[in-house]
Every structure is written in structure tokens, then in C-alpha cells.
Design a protein around this ligand. Structure first.
Ligand SMILES: C[S@@+](CC[C@H](N)C(=O)[O-])C[C@H]1O[C@@H](n2cnc3c(N)ncnc32)[C@H](O)[C@@H]1O
Length: 289
């Protein structure tokens, strides 16, 4: 058996249910790289780390040197600080620069609601989650920009700044349907800059009160109905080949696909191959890579 095959078997063994908890508790005590932590869900916000890592890998593959990572809905900033920290770790590992942006209404908190069930007045009220902007700014480093104001206005101006790199990852935590609908326009603005496939995290799709006729789920459905060039789907296969495929945050991971950019792609490489490989003595011959 070759070294790769042995490494593959050991990795699969480490991910077995009784052993995986032990492996993770050992890894938590080690200075593990971002990619190892992303696989083992060792992060304050594993969904953010996973999205950042996927985006940075794609950017590196496409020769893109810098990407933007965005959190919509910052409040006190606990998870924006986590996003900043993970951006630094991913940047260090993959060499792709990551600029972080946090969009929020600031001290005003949640804005006025749309007036019916779609903003979930059964769960939130206007004014929830006011931000202490000075305190948060004192905790943020130079890679992070706070964009204060209603996203209905701030999103439209985002790409006016030529320094903003292509958007690689977005987390949505605005709570409201009306706000999420406005924020999603960032993926469809004329003159937008994004990767072809942008990992998305939606914080409010897994509550017992969540349904497709309100909140983030309705905003996603309407986005897909309205825009032809960009479509949002669940992140297919995100739970595959992971030690903890049942982790609930994985059900909050989506992907935006830029259909126009994908259609314009033509791969500059030779043909793929699937070769015949010999099975062990007496076994059948099967196809393989
Ligand atoms: C649940 S909080 C975000 C929590 C945050 N991600 C954390 O780390 O704890 C939702 C935030 O979305 C913001 N928000 C909702 N609608 C908005 C809008 N239209 N424009 C700007 N910010 C908005 C609110 O100000 C609030 O701070």
C-alpha cells in the first residue's frame, strides 16, 4: 500500500465516531493550521472559517491575490472579531489577502419592520442589538472596515471603492427578511466583483420558527426568482468527508453561483483521464482515476 493510501486510511480511522472526539480534543490543544481546524470544527464560528478557507482556496487556484469577507449584521461584534481572527489565520496559511467588512445599523439596532409576518415580529423587535461602535472599533484591526448605516443604502455603494477586492465569503445575520433582501443585492449589483462561487452562511434558517415564507429563506427564494445571472443554492456536499457531518452549522452553509461567469469559462488544460486499474489477484478489474 502506498503512503497516500495509508494516510487516507488513517484519516478515515481518525474520523470514526468513538475516536473522532479524542482526536479533536488532542487537536484543540495543538497549534493547528486553519485547514485542520476547519475540518475538525475547531473555531468560535466554524461556518465562517469553512467559508473563508473555501474562498481563499478558489482564489489561489484562480490567481486572485485578495478577497473580501463580509458579515451582514454585526451588533456587539463578537463574530466579526472571530471573522477577523480566522481571516488572519487563512491568509497566513494560503497567502491570499483577506479584507473584512462588517455592515450594520450601529447604535440604532434593528430598523423598522416591514409590517407583516415576513420580518418575524414573533422573534425580534425594532431596536434589538444596538452596537457600541467605539468599543467595537477599539477591538478591530486594520484589515476590518465597519460600514455603518442601513444596508438598503450602504450596499449599493460598496463597489464604488476600487480597493475592494472580489467578494469571497458572506455571512448573513441581519435577522429580518427586509434587510436580508437588501443585503443580497451585493451579489447582483451591476459592476459587482465576486468569485464565481461564493460561500454564504445564513444564521437564521434553522430555528423552529424558520420557514420559506419569511426571513432569510424567503429572501433567498425571491433572489433566485428575480436574478438570472446569479443563483443561490445549498452548499452541496459540504458535509461530505468530515469527522462531524452532523454539525448543525453545516445546514446553514449555502453557495452563490455566478452563472454568467461560469458560462464564460474555458479550461486551459489537457483532457481528464479515467484509467483501468488492476484489482487484487482473483478480483475483478475496475475503473479508477
Ligand atoms: C443578531 S444581530 C447580529 C449579531 C452578530 N452577528 C453577532 O456577532 O452577535 C443583527 C444585526 O443586524 C443589524 N441589521 C438588521 N437590519 C439591518 C439593516 N437594514 N441595515 C443595517 N444593519 C441591520 C442590526 O443592527 C443588528 O445589529
Amino acid at each position: 500500500m502506498g503512503r497516500d493510501a495509508i494516510a487516507g486510511r488513517l484519516k478515515r480511522l481518525a474520523m470514526e465516531p468513538p475516536i473522532r472526539l479524542l482526536v479533536r480534543s488532542v487537536l484543540k490543544r495543538l497549534p493547528a493550521q486553519a485547514s485542520t481546524r476547519a475540518l475538525w470544527d475547531i473555531s468560535d464560528r466554524p461556518g465562517y472559517l469553512l467559508g473563508l478557507l473555501h474562498a481563499a482556496r478558489r482564489a489561489a487556484r484562480d490567481g486572485i491575490g485578495a478577497i473580501a469577507a463580509i458579515e451582514f449584521g454585526v451588533a456587539g461584534g463578537h463574530f466579526l472579531v472571530a471573522l477577523e481572527r480566522e481571516a488572519q489565520a487563512v491568509e497566513r496559511e494560503l497567502g491570499v489577502a483577506i479584507h473584512v467588512y462588517g455592515f450594520d445599523n450601529g447604535a440604532a439596532g434593528l430598523p423598522a419592520f416591514i409590517g407583516d409576518h415576513r420580518d418575524h415580529p414573533d422573534k425580534w423587535r425594532p431596536g434589538d442589538f444596538p452596537m457600541d461602535e467605539d468599543l467595537l472599533r477599539s477591538r478591530l484591526g486594520p484589515r476590518t472596515t465597519l460600514v455603518i448605516g442601513d444596508v438598503a443604502e450602504t450596499v449599493a455603494r460598496f463597489f464604488d471603492d476600487a480597493e475592494v477586492p472580489p467578494v469571497g465569503f458572506i455571512a448573513f445575520d441581519l435577522d429580518l427578511y427586509s434587510s436580508t433582501r437588501q443585503a443580497l443585492r451585493i451579489l447582483a449589483l451591476p459592476g459587482r466583483r465576486t468569485l464565481d462561487h461564493v460561500p454564504l452562511y445564513f444564521d437564521d434558517v434553522e430555528h423552529s420558527i424558520s420557514h420559506r415564507f419569511a426571513g432569510e429563506l424567503l429572501a433567498i427564494d425571491e433572489f433566485n426568482e428575480f436574478y438570472d445571472d446569479m443563483k443561490i443554492d445549498r452548499w452541496r456536499g459540504v458535509a461530505g468527508d468530515r469527522p462531524f457531518p452532523e454539525a448543525s452549522y453545516l445546514r446553514k452553509m449555502y453557495m452563490a453561483h455566478d452563472l454568467r461567469a461560469i458560462a464564460a469559462r474555458a479550461l486551459d488544460r489537457g483532457p481528464l483521464e479515467r484509467r483501468l486499474v488492476s484489482a487484487p489477484a482473483g478480483g475483478a478489474v475496475q475503473s479508477g482515476r
